[in-house]
Design a protein around this ligand. Sequence first.
Ligand code: SER
Length: 582
Amino acid sequence: MITREQLIQKYREFFESHGHKWVAGASLVPENDPTVLFTTAGMHPLVPYLMGENHAEGKRIANAQKCIRTDDIDEVGDATHQTFFEMLGNWSFGDYFKSEAIQWSYEFLTDPKWLGLDVAKLAVTVFAGDQDAPFDTEAYDLWIKTGIKPQRIAKLPKSDNWWGPAGQVGPCGPDTEMFYWTGSDKAPAEFDPKDTRWVEIWNNVFMQYNKTEDGKFVPLKQTNVDTGMGLVRTLAVINGQADNYQTELFWLIIQKIEQISGKKYADHLIEFRIVADHITAAIFAIADDVLPSNKGAGYITRRLIRRAISKMHALGVKGACVYQIGLEVVHLYQQDYSKLADKSILETLEQEEKKFLATLVLGLKQLDSCKNPDGKFAFNLFQTYGFPVEMTMEQMRLQKIGFDKGQLLREFGQEMTAHQDLSRTASAGMFKGGLADASEITTKYHTATHLLQAALRQVLGTEVYQRGSNITAERMRFDFSYPDKMTDDQIAQVEQLVNGWIKDSLVVQMEEMSPAEAKQSGALGIFDDKYGSKVKVYSVGKTSREICGGPHVSNTKELGLFKITKEEASSAGVRRIKATLI
Ligand code: SER
């Protein structure tokens, strides 16, 4: 048996003995690479050095890099795929190339001094060549030289044996991948890369091209080596474990899920694996400040957590459970990732669970009785019950509800655009109010925003203009142009005005007109080319008139009590107010 720590240590020692400096892995959020939401491979944080910039530690480095790869999310549930994983890597920035890289990979894998894997169970792939770049004969010949038999070397196209920024510009090149036989019977003489008992454990990428904007592959000034060895896969393979989840990195989590659910891993492989992987990934994402939200990377964190919870639900666990599972993840990794010890990580996970559990059952009920599984329905589930559309589709598949994926996603997108005002506000806090209909709450805040702007203009002067607004189920945030901090007295006056208008039961009305007419009628708005030929103008009694997409309440008496909770600077010349409706 070899442990994760020992594997990392061996890798480190081996490459240090070949002149590499061991460096710390980077954050899951790539600092300089806007093309990806998460670090999906070790190369993202290192792109500048692959392009020729000097690395402070020299031309040879080695590291362990955490990654989140959501391309494979549908494959999570099988024996070898995770969304979160660590990769061991050795790097050459314009230094050694194919010959050393392949020789060292072979030596590290097979020499008894290092991993001592059985050569009889080893197979590799090399790039077959196409119109952009030739067959990688050099890599092929180098493998033959190590003693690997020709029938154990598969030649594959770009889709398999090429690495680089997919469809984008940047460093790239052919790669060679190493596979290990995990079947219980003897490894077949002929290597069939489609047989999943051959598990890929390591990839050596030979970066020798730069893909340019016009789609050309231009030789790079320097040739680089980028390798990635999947840590958990390699651990499973060396220790002869049947799947990644039986390694020390998952087994305690799996046992915890068994304990909580009273079910056996062997009977529910897929659900257990998804929960274990997704909770691990979510914890690492939160630790790198990617909090659950409805946007960008935060939406991935949210989806991971919610999907895990829905699987626990399917296992019969109806109450809170993510904290206990998450604690196992923290214990496993905190020695190497000290950030994980931060209590707020598990608290964030728990909060997200609380919100989702409040609506999960209701949403599932809707799905059960679903007669018309279209994009509108999926959008409603998203907006009202917080169901990520991917999860809705997954549930529909499980319940054998027929639907057309492309069409459903298109319709969902259209609904999303149509409700942009609301979807933008469908943020983390959305469901905290329990089962209250989120759209109802956000509609109230929307109207309160108009009243607040009118009040601010009365108290502070008509130079005040809205600069931004954001609404959750718990509060509204309003940014406006104004140079000074508001006094307590001014804040009190604004509150009084708004609450007075609420008490006055003002009627909210909407009219449609051209932007020019709207402007003439005195409506507030940003009169640039953002507007089409017709706009909606909402007026609240005689106190406010604004161009706005809506929706709004029909009478201010629905709003309750308005309270400013915070007044602060937002940026130069812009103040920010947070307020609630009680
Ligand atoms: N970038 C390659 C991979 O992720 C090698 O590190 O497989």
